[in-house]
Design a protein around this ligand. Structure first.
Ligand code: GTP
Ligand code: MG
Length: 283
């Protein structure tokens, strides 16, 4: 399976960010805890290299705490500013605001010396569907930005002001123009950052089976009441369809329904709280 998705609206989004970055003091770089390394877009890194960066690791509720700990150790080791967050509870709101103030401390001090108070302007960037708009809504305690569980929900740019003197710029999710590492592209597909229409559902389901075979064999067997995961992918589809009763009359098994079930189960954590990337690669 080869994944490539770089629609026109992403080129437009990158251009908008190139202009906007000149007007901001810092950047909030949103990474999905399930695939932190895959969410790194080298094009963002280039764009924001001169700005203070706060990494917000979202969707921490979708991974095991012991796994997130490995990333916490990593970020501490390399000395990057970060907050692990879950936008469902929004519990880390004050922590994020404090860190934003901390990374802008020099600028705040410079203005204070002149007796002036300046708001902090932060641009929120990230690959699609990582929770940028949801994070902004958590921070402003309102549903100001539109959210949705699919890539490409935010299209234009949108400024949102917080009472604390912070202004946040929501931006559309953008991917790298090409994926050199298809493993990362696959992980992005698994977390819903790639538009489903360009992925073949059965191919994606096969990749999920292969992943589970290596990383969560027992959970997979238990979910579909299988004794084993067969070497032959068609046989795995047959076994699951049989156990689930996904039949197409006398014509055999319903592979579309089987593929859909596998993909949906994976995305809704029915196959476990899976962290796809471990901190072995440089972020
Ligand atoms: N479980 C969980 N879901 C989250 C979290 N943050 C966001 N979501 C969900 O993730 C989906 C995508 O959220 P958005 O805020 O629209 O993501 P985005 O990064 O703005 O996406 P684009 O605008 O398409 O780039 C939505 O269904 C959110 O409800 C989180 O911390 N935990
Ligand atoms: Mg958005």
């Amino acid at each position: 399976m080869h994944i490539q998705w770089y629609p026109g609206h992403m080129t437009k989004a990158m251009r908008m960010m190139q202009e906007a970055v000149k007007q901001v003091d810092c950047v909030i770089y949103v990474l999905d805890c399930r695939a932190i390394a895959s969410c790194i877009n080298p094009k963002f890194d280039e764009l924001i290299k001169d700005k203070p960066i706060l990494y917000v690791l979202t969707k921490s509720d979708l991974v095991e705490q012991k796994d997130v700990k490995l990333w916490i150790e990593y970020f501490n080791k390399v000395g990057k500013n970060f907050v692990v967050a879950d936008n469902i509870t929004g519990r880390q709101r004050n922590q994020i605001i404090d860190k934003l103030r901390a990374i802008n401390a020099d600028m705040i001090a410079r203005y204070a010396q002149k007796g002036a108070k300046k708001s902090i302007r932060a641009m929120v960037v990230g690959v699609p569907n990582t929770g940028k708009s949801t994070l902004i809504n958590c921070l402003c305690k309102d549903k100001r930005a539109v959210v949705g569980n699919r890539p490409g929900v935010t299209r234009g740019k949108q400024w949102v002001s917080l009472a604390e003197g912070i202004e946040l710029l929501d931006t559309p999710g953008a991917l790298p123009p090409a994926f050199e590492d298809q493993q990362k592209a696959l992980h992005l597909a698994f977390i819903g950052s790639i538009k489903e229409d360009i992925l073949h559902l059965d191919d994606l389901a096969i990749e999920i089976i292969k992943y589970c075979k290596e990383h969560c064999y027992d959970d997979f067997c238990q979910r579909y009441k299988l004794d084993k995961i067969d070497e032959d992918m068609v046989a795995v589809f047959d076994d699951i369809a049989k156990s689930r009763g996904y039949l197409l009359g006398k014509k055999g098994y319903d592979y579309d329904r089987t593929a859909k079930a596998i993909v949906n189960d994976f995305k809704s954590q029915k196959l476990g709280k899976i962290m796809l990337d471990y901190p072995t690669t440089t972020v």
